[in-house]
Design a protein around this ligand. Structure first.
Ligand code: FES
Length: 76
């Protein structure tokens, strides 16, 4: 079972986040985003749904090239 868990963690896009729900959905009001917000797309962030830089180690380990979605508020 431990080996199986390891394999599933490797092939699932999401290895750990909110595994007790059938679908992980996060939503935000645009008004609540300050100047800039970075959202995780590698599913490895400890601050998910925000990016904490974990994509760097993940890319290094796997040869992947994923990074965050960055949303910026236009300054007026
Ligand atoms: Fe996941 Fe940055 S930590 S994209």
């Amino acid at each position: 079972p431990k080996a199986r868990e390891q394999i599933i963690k490797k092939i699932n896009v999401n290895p750990d986040i909110k595994k007790d729900v059938p679908k992980v959905v996060d939503s935000f009001d645009v008004e609540d985003i300050a100047e800039k917000a970075s959202f995780c797309r590698c599913w490895r962030s400890k601050k998910f749904p925000y990016c904490d830089g974990a994509h760097g180690a993940y890319n290094k380990e796997t040869g992947d090239n994923v990074g965050p979605l960055v949303i910026k508020r236009q300054s007026k």
